[in-house]
Design a protein around this ligand. Structure first.
Ligand code: GDP
Length: 295
């Protein structure tokens, strides 16, 4: 649906060429098209509706007499508004702590462990940092093992305590350890569940309280559409997180989740995951995402 939105808008506006200004009447059908496309990309109804209203306000009255391609004018307005909706400027992570403590949150399977590794690798190779990874999933030994494998791959130490089943203690001990060893970033990977549940939320809220991270990041699978919004809401209510990581953008998704999450929790999307490998990480650029959505 989104694939040819630019083209469709262009066609719809072709008739306008040389006919003066964009009016409420001649823009209505086109905006319906935009709204339908947003809904198809899993943007929630209210966001899509607010969005098209805003675009309409911006578009009406624009002079198309002198514009060679009136459709392109509307595409530009749509693109600018989408960019604005997803956060405007690029925002990275705050690394001013000593050490900087970063807490990863999210459901099981969202890509937390993989992203923890990617972020450690990114900070090590691109930002000249000395990160420590911390395994706090006390329920799944396989998860701890997975983080060790990731750490080995990128040459980053992983702190874990196999005999301890208290994630608060492990994370507090890990920060102490990091200070002793001179690590300047501590990335704490936590246990997820398949769905939001009270036990998980209490546990991560306790870890959050104990370690007071400079950055709490919420990791979400971009393929999960509307569910992504509800999960983001639930985690944000408990953790008031600082940013969102959208994973699996290499998959077959237009990325509508980016728009919905941003407009519902109003937190910036900081990075995206674009594959299973350790270098498949990108800083989130709202304007690039708007282009991807528009096709
Ligand atoms: P966790 O349970 O939240 O720690 O999730 P994992 O890090 O174990 O990731 C779950 C699955 O998703 C694994 O098979 C990962 O390889 C895969 N995965 C993670 N991030 C990405 C991504 O950006 N793209 C793709 N295609 N797969 C990913």
């Amino acid at each position: 649906m989104f694939n040819n939105l630019s083209e469709k808008l262009d066609k719809a506006f072709h008739v306008l060429k040389g006919h003066g200004k964009i009016t409420e009447v001649n823009v209505a059908d086109t905006l319906k098209e935009v709204r339908r496309a947003l809904l198809d990309a899993d943007v929630n109804f209210k966001t899509a509706k607010d969005f098209t209203t805003k675009v309409k306000e911006k578009a009406i009255g624009q002079d198309v007499l002198t514009t060679l391609q009136p459709g392109q004018l509307l595409v530009k307005i749509v693109k600018d508004e989408l960019t604005e909706l997803m956060g405007g400027d690029v925002s990275g992570v705050n690394l001013s702590g000593n050490p900087t403590v970063i807490l990863m949150s999210g459901l099981q399977g969202s890509g937390k462990t993989t992203f923890s590794g990617k972020l450690a690798n990114f900070l090590k190779t691109k930002k000249n940092k000395n990160p420590l990874l911390v395994a706090c999933d006390v329920y799944r030994p396989a998860a701890i093992n997975q983080l060790h494998i990731v750490g080995d791959q990128i040459g980053v130490e992983v702190y874990s305590e196999l005999a301890n089943n208290n994630p608060v203690e492990i994370s507090v001990n890990a920060i102490k350890y990091a200070k002793e060893k001179g690590y300047n970033v501590v990335i704490v990977d936590t246990a997820g569940r398949l769905a939001v549940d009270e036990e998980m939320m209490t546990e991560i809220a306790n870890v959050h309280k104990a370690i007071q991270p400079l950055e709490t990041l919420f990791v979400v699978d971009a393929m999960t559409g509307q569910d992504a919004v509800n999960t983001a809401k639930a985690f944000n209510e408990r953790l008031n997180f600082d940013g969102v990581i959208l994973t699996k953008l290499d998959g077959d998704t237009r990325g509508g989740a980016a728009i919905s999450i941003k407009s519902v929790v109003n937190k910036p999307i900081k990075f995206v995951g674009t594959g299973e490998k350790m270098d498949a990480i990108d800083v989130f650029y709202p304007s690039r995402m708007a282009e991807r959505i528009l096709g």
